[in-house]
Design a protein around this ligand. Structure first.
Ligand code: SAH
Ligand code: SF4
Ligand code: F3S
Length: 440
């Protein structure tokens, strides 16, 4: 008997890529490939890539340069590029890096086994179509037991919003929602495998409008309520949401559905109406703040997270001050902020950007404010009680690490044996990115 072939997947970018990487690994497992943590002994290496900012995309070429020498040691090694860079720059990758044997776009993963077979025959296999069929309908479903009590579940893909800076509508294609029945089946299968918390994923997850088992179109709120009924699923989260799709039923669910966790990632990008307009966000700063107020009226302890871009073309000092003001007004438990990166093919890429030094200075100021807010939020937890879903052992003996309802990382002392369970703990200390706690 020959040894099974080994697959190494390296994932960049968002959680949807994490989910896709798992699906690709499952598809290749059905072809006899076993997973390996290192590229060194792999027969197939897949880079699941991200195109969102220039730096993310450039990483792919440097990683390919590092991997190429492995082919001298293992002539049967095949190297593939998947994900959003494959979709956006498939031809360029093929031209720049001869070591690449296959290129597959995010909507074609169900064709991966076939592409690998072609690559193994010595062909160069490229598929960056955006086929009409739903890749998930054609990918094998969940054979492997869950390694952790938390899981991602992609419910919606693609984006029709076309923010002026963003590549996602081009790399992931048009918005599409998976049917409710499939998602509930998958969630039940996850719960049967020991998953206690599921995060529903979509580039615009709250635009979800899937075909319901009753023939009606279901909203994300409808889906959340149905997931909450599944035995064993104790926590539900979703990401990433767009302010314009924050509907009343979803806001209400935050107040009424105990399984829906009090944490929401709601990017705003800028606090200036002028910039929001230029970004084609189709909402104002005031509208965003109003949505936040309504969410907090429904769920007073809701922890908010956001995304910000500084240095968008045309952003003035006054615009940037508006962003700082919005951050002060909203108060974030956590946030991501980025310097604007011009992406080929997007409308904003045609416009003149702000000087790099100005953007760097703004990023620094915004991050100082966000970090101060995050630190204050962490410190306010000390002495309080949190419910922690314990995921894995920590660094200290007996310690276990997990997440609170509000998505704090919590290190719980003397909790060995409680993995996969939700425990009550008292917070004893706060660090910038984690809390220490003891069981109560
Ligand atoms: N679908 C999500 C986010 C997708 S990308 C949403 O609509 O909010 C994740 C984040 O990357 C964005 O929220 C934005 O803050 C950032 N981003 C996207 N394109 C960017 C660009 N060209 N330059 C800098 N940051 C960008
Ligand atoms: Fe990109 Fe805007 Fe769509 Fe988010 S809503 S994925 S930022 S185009
Ligand atoms: Fe990146 Fe594609 Fe996700 S560009 S952020 S991997 S959708």
């Amino acid at each position: 008997m020959t040894a099974p072939k080994k697959l190494h997947v390296k994932t960049y970018g968002c959680q949807m890529n994490v989910y896709d990487s798992e699906r690709m690994a499952e598809a290749m497992a059905a072809q006899g490939y076993v997973a390996t943590d290192t590229p060194d002994d792999a027969d197939l290496i897949l880079l699941n890539t991200c195109h969102i900012r220039e730096k993310a995309a450039e990483k792919v070429y440097s990683e390919l340069g590092r991997l190429k020498p492995l082919k001298a040691r293992n002539p049967d090694l095949r190297i593939g590029v998947a994900g959003c860079v494959a979709q956006a720059e498939g031809a360029e990758i093929a031209a720049r890096q001869p070591a690449v044997d296959l290129i597959v776009g995010p909507q074609s993963y169900h064709r991966l086994p076939d592409l690998v077979a072609r690559a193994n025959r010595g062909e160069r296999a490229i598929d960056t179509d955006m086929p009409d069929e739903d890749k998930f309908e054609h990918l094998p479903q969940l054979r492997t037991p869950a390694a952790r009590p938390t899981a991602f579940l992609t419910v919606q893909e693609g984006c029709d919003k076309f923010c002026a800076f963003c590549v996602v509508p081009y790399t992931r294609g048009a918005e599409a929602s998976r049917p409710v029945r499939r998602l509930l089946d998958e969630a039940r299968a996850l719960a049967d495998r020991g998953v206690r918390e599921v995060t529903l994923l979509g580039q615009n997850v709250n635009a979800y409008h899937g075909e319901g088992p009753d023939g009606r179109t279901w909203s994300l709120a409808d889906l959340v309520w149905a997931m909450a009924d599944i035995d064993g699923l104790e926590r539900i989260r979703f990401t990433t949401s767009h302010p314009n799709d924050m509907t009343d039923d979803l806001i209400a669910a935050h107040g009424e559905c105990p399984e829906l966790m009090p944490y929401l990632h709601l990017p705003v990008q800028s606090g200036s109406d002028r910039v929001l307009k230029a970004m084609n966000r189709k909402h104002t700063a005031a509208r965003y703040v109003d949505i936040v107020d309504r969410l907090r009226a429904a769920r007073p302890d809701l922890a908010l997270s956001g995304d910000f871009i500084v240095g968008f073309p045309g952003e003035t000092d006054a615009d940037f001050e508006d962003t700082l003001r919005l951050v002060e007004r909203v108060g974030y438990a956590q946030a991501y902020s980025f310097k604007y990166s011009a992406r080929p093919g997007t409308p904003a890429a045609e416009r003149a950007g702000v000087p790099a030094a100005v953007a760097a200075e703004r990023l620094h100021r915004l991050q100082s404010l966000l970090t101060a807010q995050q630190r204050a939020a962490q410190e306010a937890m000390v002495g309080g009680i949190v419910d922690v879903l314990l995921e894995k052992p920590g660094r200290l003996p007996g310690q276990m690490v997990g997440k609170s309802q509000h998505l704090h990382a919590v290190h719980v002392a003397d909790a060995a044996g409680w993995g996969g369970r939700i425990v009550r703990a008292r917070v004893t200390a706060a660090a910038p990115n984690s809390l220490a706690a003891e069981l109560v």
